[in-house]
Each structure stands twice: as structure tokens, then as C-alpha cells.
Design a protein around this ligand. Sequence first.
Ligand code: PMP
Length: 408
Amino acid sequence: MNRNNMDALSVCGTFSRDARAWGFPKGTSALYGKGAFVWLNDNKPYLDWVCGLGSNILGYSNNAFDHYVMMNMRRGSGFSIGASLEIETAEKLVNVLGRRVNGWSPNSLMVRWGLSGTDATSMAIRLARAVTGKKHIYIIDGGYHGWADWSVSYTYPALGVIPEESGYIHSLPKDKDIRSYNVRDAAAIIVEQSVTDPNPAFYTNLRSLCDQNGVMLIMDEVVTGFRYAAGGACEKYGIQPDLCCYGKALGNGIPVSALVGHKDYMEWFRKTDPVFCSSTGWGNQVSMAAANAVLDTIDDKFIRRIESVGEQFIKGLGRAGLNVIGHPQRSLILFDSDIKKAFFINEMRNKGILVNRPNFINGAHTMEHVERTVEAAEHTMNLWLDMSDEERLRETDGKIPFTLFKNR
Ligand code: PMP
């Protein structure tokens, strides 16, 4: 197979993984990964700080994880009746979240498994509309919640989505006093804890706004879950959600997602006339094994470890002259121009390092990896400073990353 010609055969499954989103040559693809490294189709290893868009929390091809997933895969997958492992894994999940999320307890919760973050957020939206009997959904600061019609309808031009959908989705700015919003017609407000810390009163005010207006509060923890803390952003900020959506890190790169909420709501999925959400791959043995293995590994000690590596990552890149914001486990490099971004990402790649605007830490990253990255970043920034504007333009010609997620 000519791997350089794969663009002709397959549209990359994820926009952010597309070589164009990196500004890399057409046909750039990944062959395999081990620990903190991924081998691209030039057969060279790259130190990877993007961690499969935040999904790879343990490191690639982690021995204990792989062993557990493969052991379960060998027992067959996709049975004709729900897998026992669905129940076992749900029990583990509610035990973690029930103890760590404000207002939740293990006995009050139920889980609905999915494969993608979009599965979880879309189930949450459908459930909220069914429970409240209302149609409108509020998102915060135009946040991204997946590729479903309801979610992308407000993005221009939302090709292929019925325009009327956008009449039901509204974006609220986070910086205003949230208590002043009129959300009486809303079924739900869905929020992702963004890269930077919230105003201290934000979540308390949001909770009262929801309570006063009969609105469900959905936390989108697809990125933050099992990363900001074992109990996600809800644990870190003491948030009291009605429903929570998890994905990404929950499967360490294997597709699995979950919607978790109080039994009173979740029971709507199995009424005689249920809220209809169902899919052949949901709850399959491999995904369940992956979630199970991740849940066995993520604890406070694990989070502290990735946090301390991430702190050094942010500090070091700052010393190299980059503007880095966010959390140790999930940070964002702010570039003042697309040209600088293109130069930095491509030059770091030349040095065997994959960094992008959003970066993440996984359990395989070490302080040595940080040191190597900071040295490379310092060298890259010095090169940049020594170049004229014409040289910068020439150097980045055809390498400007194609950006879809402008606010991420
Ligand atoms: N919510 C958030 C906050 C996300 O960042 C994403 C994807 N990056 C999703 C939902 C959708 O997840 P998926 O791509 O797995 O469908």
C-alpha cells in the first residue's frame, strides 16, 4: 500500500487528526505508538503531546491496559445480549463518580454507555428535552459538544443540517453575570469547563439558574473527565450536575463514552415508551474492558503525577517565549499569528516532537520528555526570532494549519 496516497482512499476520521489540521504534508499518518511516542509513516518516533486529542491518558500501548483489553477481547465481543462487563464497569464508574461529584452518591446513579463523546452529549440533550418537555438548549461561549445536528446547527454554514435546528440552540457568554439570563424555555444548559479556570461563583450561579427555571444542567466532561481529577471538572470545582457526559480518556484511545445521571432521569431510557437511544456497538466487550482498565488506573496519585509533569511543561514553554494558558493536564499555546503557529508546529516536528495549540499530558510523559521539549522549543523560538518576515513566509508556505475549532 502506498501510504502517501491514502488521502485518495479515506477521509480522515477526525478533522483535528487530518494532516491539514497540523499543516503537515499530505499523506502524513501514524503507524503505531508506545508510551509517550508515536511512529509516523516516515518510520520515525515522535514525542506526542497531543495524546490522541486528549484521549490517550495512560500512554500508547500501555502493558496493563492492553493485557486487560485483549484478555476480554479474546472472550468475544458484541454479544447478542448485553455483556456482564457493562454492569461491572458501570458499577466501577458510579463508585468513582458517586464519591467524588457533589450531590451524587453511588446508589443514586445510572450509566448509559456509548462510543463517542457525541453519543453521550446527544443522549443527554434528548433525555433533557424528554424530561422537561422543553425544546431549547443553551450552550456557553459557543462551545463544541460533538458533531450531531443539534450541536453544529449554530455553526456557519452547517452544511446538511436543517436550518430550523439552529432556532433551538443558543449560546450564552460566560463573562456576563449568568443569573441575569432568561432561560425559562430551556430544557438544558450544557457546559464544558473550558481551558481556563471559571469565575469562582460561576457554577453556583449556574446551578441556581437551572433550579429556578426547571432546566437540566449537563456537564460535558468529554475532555475534562478522568483528567482534571478522577471525578473530572465536577470534582475539581465542586459542580453539582444533573447529567454528565464522558468520553476520550475513559477509553484511553479505544472508543467508549458514558452518560451518567440520577436514576430518576436515566430510567427514562428503559420505560415502556423510552427515550430512544440505542446502537449496536454500545457496551461492547472491548470498549467496556478499556473503560474498566482506565477506571482501575486513574486515582489521585495518577492525577498528581500528570499534573506535576504538566506544570513543568507549561513553565518550560513559557521560558521558551510561548504564551501557554490552561491547566497542567490540558493546556493551550496561544500563537499571535497563524504563521508563527505553522512554523512552531512544523519545526518541532522536524525535531521529533508533536505539539499543537491544545496539548495534554499522559501517564507515560516524564520530566525528561519535558526537558527535551523545552530545549527544542527554545531552539525553535530562537530560529523564529532570527528570521525576517519574508523568510518566515517562505518557511511556512503550504504549512498553515487548517483550523475548524477556532475557539479551542
Ligand atoms: N464534547 C467536547 C467538549 C469535545 O471536545 C468533543 C470532541 N473533541 C466532543 C464533545 C465530541 O466527542 P467525540 O469527538 O468523541 O464525538
